[in-house]
Design a protein around this ligand. Structure first.
Ligand code: ATP
Ligand code: MG
Length: 131
C-alpha cells in the first residue's frame, strides 16, 4: 500500500517507479479511500498496540494505493526496498528514507509474510481484478 501521507505529498509515481525498477510485477492495483472500519479491520493484528487508534485515523485520512506485487522472495525483498518502520532508521535509498515523514506516517505498507500477503490481497481484490 502507498499510505495517505505519500499519496497527499504527490509521491505515487516516484514510489511506483522504484517498485518497477526493483523488479516487482504488478498483479493488481487500486486507488481507494479506506473507511475507519476498513482501516481498523486491515490493521486488526495491532488492535492491542498503543498506537492502534492513531494508525486507524491516519490510514483512513485520505486515499491510498493498494497493490499486489509478484517477485521471487517478494516479502523480504519488498521490506528491503521500503526500509525500517521508522524512517529515521531506514537505510539510504529506501522508500521510507526518501518519502516517509515519521514512524506513524511512513509512506508505504508491506506484508510481513506470504500468508499475510494472501490475506491482505484478498482484502482489496477479487479474482477478476488480478492479471
Ligand atoms: P507496515 O505493516 O505498515 O508495513 P511495519 O511492518 O514496518 O509497517 P508494524 O510494526 O507492522 O510496522 O506497524 C504497522 C504500522 O503501525 C507502521 O507502519 C506504522 O504506520 C504504525 N506504527 C508502528 N509503530 C508505531 C509507533 N510506535 N507509533 C506510531 N505508529 C506506529
Ligand atoms: Mg507490519
Amino acid at each position: 500500500m502507498i499510505k495517505p501521507d505519500a499519496v497527499a505529498a504527490g509521491h505515487i509515481g516516484a514510489i511506483l517507479a522504484k517498485i518497477n525498477e526493483a523488479g516487482f510485477r504488478i498483479v493488481a492495483m487500486k486507488y481507494t479511500h479506506l473507511s475507519q472500519a476498513s482501516a481498523g479491520k486491515f490493521y486488526e493484528v495491532h488492535k492491542e498496540r498503543p498506537f492502534y487508534g492513531e494508525l486507524v485515523d491516519f490510514m483512513s485520512s485520505g486515499p491510498i494505493v493498494a497493490a499486489i506485487l509478484e517477485k521471487d522472495n517478494a516479502v523480504a525483498d519488498f521490506r528491503t526496498l521500503i526500509g525500517a518502520t521508522n524512517p529515521a532508521e531506514a537505510a539510504e535509498g529506501t522508500i521510507r528514507k526518501m518519502y516517509a515523514k515519521s514512524i506513524g506516517e511512513n509512506a508505504v505498507h508491506g506484508s510481513d509474510s506470504d500468508e499475510n500477503a494472501e490475506i491482505e490481497g484478498n482484502f482489496f481484490f477479487n479474482g477478476l481484478e488480478r492479471f
